[in-house]
Design a protein around this ligand. Structure first.
Ligand SMILES: NC(=O)c1ccc[n+]([C@@H]2O[C@H](COP(=O)([O-])OP(=O)(O)OC[C@H]3O[C@@H](n4cnc5c(N)ncnc54)[C@H](O)[C@@H]3O)[C@@H](O)[C@H]2O)c1
Ligand SMILES: N[C@@H](CCO)C(=O)O
Ligand code: NA
Length: 433
């Protein structure tokens, strides 16, 4: 070691799948640049895998593989631990073990952070170590660091995001080709976007975990996955997508986090947004997060939200930061939950609905439908009627109302004799109120 050279920082990588293999590759390929940027060599000292002879997308240097993840995570000489196994256990025990043993941790594990983040943040604070997780939300897109650092002097009021690539691919396909949900899902699976079991993506669990993480950071409060209202896209029909098209809108699965005088809300559901909205131009498996804050106004973050290599980019960015902090014997900003705001139930959240209804085409029908909305305290923004012989289609877009009032209106409509069928119900976001 030359004079003044720093001792190497030792890194353990837990998991060598899609993301882990790319982290290992980049650690090798970029070793020189990483050393220059950190100010000390960053040395890979172990990679925990489930099977030593398993197939891998990267060649791991001799002697580094182990199946003893906990042994590696808690090794006394390890400074930095990267957790890219995923899921709740053993990931949680491994992260807690690493922190207790004095290592700093970088993880991409949104499921764990959304379920039990506070336990991990408290362990990091107690140990005086960093816990960074930029890769957990919207993959390569820098969004957590901007919320935690760049916007720390502003007041974020709203975060609106397309944070799941699989569902965005499916909805985009339905929009551009007129395909139904199942057909679009099949294509997403063939192209390797959707997993064999696509439930976490399609039913919105993945996006809900990310919404919890975004809301916690944006509003300095603790929001967990259980607090997030969630609806997936499996019920979105070709008719919904066509109805959106007629309104010059497009259907997207959105994660929506909002600050209101009563508290905060976090929800994930499909919604129609105008084609003129910046999020409408997010196509394929891309992600984007739209942030509104008091002083800055509107900001948009866009890029690849998934994939081994893009996600590894975010992991390595965090690794450089926590490595620098280690050298400087300091830690970055920890959890910020001082505002401790209440999380509102979905029924209390203000939303707007688009409702398409097949009705008998006769006198008084329009008035009766409008009355059903009025009976629930919901004011209408637009009503469009299209006659089709004996029956007619009415398309109603409401003004903002409590979600509970809107869903009660839809239930009432469904029970009306003049209503043949409610053919499409979808929330509306991103337009004029
Ligand atoms: N793939 C992406 O696009 C993406 C994007 C953002 C975040 N993430 C997150 O990154 C993490 C990893 O995702 P992935 O796509 O690489 O998953 P993956 O399934 O490809 O990789 C996980 C690896 O961990 C291994 N593993 C399981 N149990 C283990 C154990 N006890 N010890 C050692 N290894 C073990 C598995 O064999 C597998 O190779 C997850 O938290 C995921 O949510 C992934
Ligand atoms: N399954 C996720 C991966 C990134 O978290 C997606 O489709 O966006
Ligand atoms: Na990110």
């Amino acid at each position: 070691m030359s004079e003044g050279a720093k001792r190497p920082l030792k890194v353990a990588v837990l998991g060598c799948g899609s993301v882990g293999s790319q982290v290992v590759r980049l650690l090798g390929e970029q070793a020189g640049d990483l050393e220059a940027r950190v100010g000390a060599p960053v040395e890979l000292v172990g990679v925990a895998v489930r099977r030593l002879d398993g197939p891998r997308d990267v060649e791991v240097p001799d002697g580094l593989l182990t199946t003893d993840a906990l042994g590696l995570a808690t090794r006394d000489d390890v400074d930095l631990v990267v957790e890219v196994i995923g899921g709740i256990e053993p990931a949680r025990s491994l992260i807690l073990g690493a922190l207790e043993n004095g290592a700093s941790v970088v993880t991409a594990n949104k499921a764990l952070l959304a379920e039990d983040g506070p336990t991990l943040f408290e362990a990091a604070a107690k140990a005086g170590r960093d816990l960074y997780y930029e890769a957990a939300v919207a993959g390569a897109i820098p969004i957590l660091r901007p919320l935690r650092e760049s916007l720390a002097g502003d007041k974020v009021t709203r975060v609106l995001g397309i944070v799941n690539g699989t569902t965005n691919f499916i909805l985009d396909k339905m929009d551009t080709s007129g395909a139904g949900f199942s057909e679009a899902l099949e294509e997403a699976q063939e192209l390797g976007y959707a997993e064999a079991d696509p439930t976490a993506d399609v039913e919105g669990f993945d996006a809900a975990a990310k919404a919890a993480i975004l809301a916690s950071l944006a509003f300095h409060s603790r929001v967990t996955a259980a607090d997030v209202y969630r609806e997936g896209i499996s019920e979105v029909t070709a008719a919904d997508v066509a109805s959106a098209r007629e309104m010059a809108s497009v259907v997207k699965l959105l994660a929506i986090c909002e600050l209101s005088p009563q508290g905060v809300s976090a929800r994930v559901h499909p919604a129609m947004i105008p084609r003129s909205h910046p999020l409408a131009s997010v196509h394929g498996a891309y992600n984007a997060v739209f942030v509104e804050s008091e002083a800055a106004g509107q900001l948009m973050f866009y890029g690849p939200g998934a994939g081994g290599s893009p996600t590894a980019s975010a992991v390595l960015g965090d690794l450089v930061t926590v490595a620098r902090n280690r050298l400087a014997d300091t830690r970055g900003a920890g959890e910020s939950a001082y505002a401790d705001r209440a999380v509102l139930p979905m029924g209390e959240t203000l939303t707007r609905y688009h409702v398409a209804i097949d009705v008998d085409d006769k006198a008084g029908v329009l008035a009766a439908i409008a009355q059903a909305f009025a009976d629930h305290g919901v004011s209408l923004q637009t009503v469009r009627q299209q006659g089709r012989g004996e029956d007619a289609e009415l398309v109603v877009v409401s003004h903002e109302a409590r979600d509970a009032q809107l869903s009660a209106t839809v239930r009432a409509l469904r029970s009306m004799e003049i209503v043949r069928e409610v053919t499409s119900v979808m929330r509306v976001e991103g337009g004029d109120e």
